[in-house]
Design a protein around this ligand. Structure first.
Ligand code: PEP
Ligand code: MN
Length: 260
């Protein structure tokens, strides 16, 4: 099936451009976010991960700066022209997020939250719909239908790993799903190798594998100082690791009909 591209801002996802959307797991402070933005921009990334509301397994873990992120995002927006992608965890956040965010991300824990999906169907903004770690491909596509039925067809699917019996890696990145969806679904497909593996040293290999499987883009965590990251420090690429990966992707993507 031919991929229906999703256009917004100055970019088109699902056509011949390959997109890398990157940044920290969560906004921690102005300096961390600004450094990340400038770096991602310099590397050719087209959207910045702007983690505002975080869904953490432990209630004791950092939950994001939440409303306090607003002035930081406004400042970074005025200094870079990057699009912002951020997870929405509750339909009541739409009013707050709408002026700050260009792409709504639905996280793995909320793929089955049909009320949230219905609300996002009313938005005109693109939705990056992550796969629930327990979802079959068919359930994932049915979740996308909720957004389409609400009137929003600007959907990008994102494979981020599923839960299997394996414990050495955080999740098992299902590249079968990527190849399958590129043949059988109309939506562009992204891959998140950071959450898919949980280990920064595996991110370059799985990023390149995603290109070979037919992905239209990647969502990657990178941080100015990974060991100090407040969230998901083990999977964040350092800036030099990220730069090395981008150099490889620039060579690889043209072999698969894409350019970065
Ligand atoms: C994220 O990308 O910030 C995130 C929380 O991902 P996931 O929902 O895939 O765990
Ligand atoms: Mn994360």
């Amino acid at each position: 099936m031919k991929t229906k591209s999703v256009s917004f801002g100055a970019i088109e996802v699902g056509a011949t451009s390959f997109h890398v959307w990157a940044g920290p797991c969560v906004i921690e402070d102005e300096s961390q976010f600004l450094k990340s933005a400038q770096f991602v921009r310099s590397q050719g990334g087209t959207a910045l991960r702007a983690g505002i509301f975080k869904l953490r397994t432990s209630a004791e873990s950092f939950q994001g700066l939440r409303e306090e992120s607003q002035p930081i995002i406004k400042k970074v927006r005025s200094e870079t022209d990057l699009l912002m992608i951020s997870e929405i965890t509750d339909p009541r956040q739409i009013e707050f997020l709408d002026s700050l965010v260009d792409i709504y991300q639905v996280g793995t824990r909320n793929m089955f939250n049909y009320e949230l999906l219905k609300e996002l169907g009313k938005s005109v903004k693109p939705i990056l719909l992550k796969r629930a770690f327990s979802a079959r491909i068919a359930e994932w596509l049915k979740a996308a239908d909720y957004i389409v039925q609400g009137g929003n067809e600007n959907i990008i699917l994102c494979e981020r790993g599923i839960r299997t019996f394996e414990t050495k890696t955080r999740n098992t990145l299902d590249l079968n799903a990527v190849a399958f969806l590129k043949q059988e679904s109309p939506f562009p497909v992204f891959v998140d190798p950071s959450h898919g593996t949980g280990l920064s040293q595996l991110v370059p290999a799985l990023s390149q594998s995603a290109v070979c499987a037919g992905a239209d883009g990647l969502l990657i965590e990178t941080h100015p100082n990974p060991s100090q990251a407040l969230c998901d420090s083990q999977q964040a690429l350092s800036f030099s690791e990220f730069e090395g990966l981008m150099a490889k992707l620039k060579k690889l993507t043209p072999l698969y009909g894409k350019s970065l």
